[in-house]
Write a protein that binds this ligand. Structure first.
Ligand SMILES: C[S@@+](CC[C@H](N)C(=O)[O-])C[C@H]1O[C@@H](n2cnc3c(N)ncnc32)[C@H](O)[C@@H]1O
Length: 217
């Protein structure tokens, strides 16, 4: 994990976002809605620009921030995104309308663990972005990776969980301790898959980029 000093320094180098994007960031901050960290989203958008995915699946919309950022960075991409919290889902629709990204983004309301059939209608995806309940990452991966195109990538956020995955100190809070255990186990499982090549970047809250290997690789 980057030190908070380096993280803050990097944030000062990130160009100012448009007014409508800054409003979403401010709403998230005021209402304690977890959206991607600035350094994390900038890195992810850059990677996506190299890949130029035509279709992206996002698990965990919250209020639409990352989906809108992806839509603006990749004007030719279509994004299917899933959210199970009604209030956040409605906020996301509001911001998507407001940023004129509704042609590019479809928000599905429901639990991602139950929506496979509906999501499959939009497949294949060139990129899948996992950013929902941290304890369920492996299940999300297993359910949706069959919908990934050959050579596609799966991006997972929060894999360093504020650096807690690396700590050797005992973690007092039981819920946090269990989440750390699950994320560590997900990371181990991910890097040892033969069919994917994974690299973890210590930026934002830690981002794993997993590329599906082609035949014979
Ligand atoms: C970290 S936030 C997503 C942030 C968003 N990607 C962004 O950066 O703007 C995670 C969201 O996933 C949603 N979520 C968690 N588990 C889910 C599930 N099983 N199905 C659908 N949504 C889920 C939560 O309600 C929450 O709004």
């Amino acid at each position: 994990m980057l030190s908070s000093e380096v993280g803050r320094y990097l944030e000062t180098l990130i160009p100012e976002r448009e007014q409508e994007i800054r409003e979403i960031e401010a709403y998230a901050k005021q209402n304690d809605i977890p959206i991607m960290e600035l350094t994390g989203i900038e890195a992810m958008l850059q990677i996506l620009k190299f890949i130029q995915p035509k279709k992206i699946l996002e698990i965990g919309t919250a209020i639409g921030y990352s989906a809108i950022r992806m839509a603006k960075a990749l004007p030719n991409a279509k994004i299917i995104t899933i959210e199970r919290d009604k209030e956040r889902y409605e906020r996301a629709l509001f911001y998507i309308e407001r940023t004129n990204t509704n042609e590019q983004i479809d928000v599905l309301f429901g639990d991602a663990l139950d929506l496979y059939e509906e999501v499959a209608k939009h497949a294949p995806f060139d990129a899948i972005f996992i950013d929902a309940a941290k304890g369920q990452y492996q299940r999300f991966f297993n359910i949706y990776e069959p919908l990934l195109s050959n050579g596609g990538v799966i991006i997972t956020d929060n894999v360093l969980f504020k650096g807690l995955v690396a700590t050797e100190e005992p973690i007092e809070n039981k819920r946090i301790r269990q989440l750390v255990k699950k994320i560590r186990s997900y990371n181990e499982w991910l890097v040892h898959r033969d069919d994917y090549e994974t690299v973890i970047f210590p930026i934002g809250d830690g981002i794993a980029i997993s590329r599906k290997r082609g035949e014979g690789e």
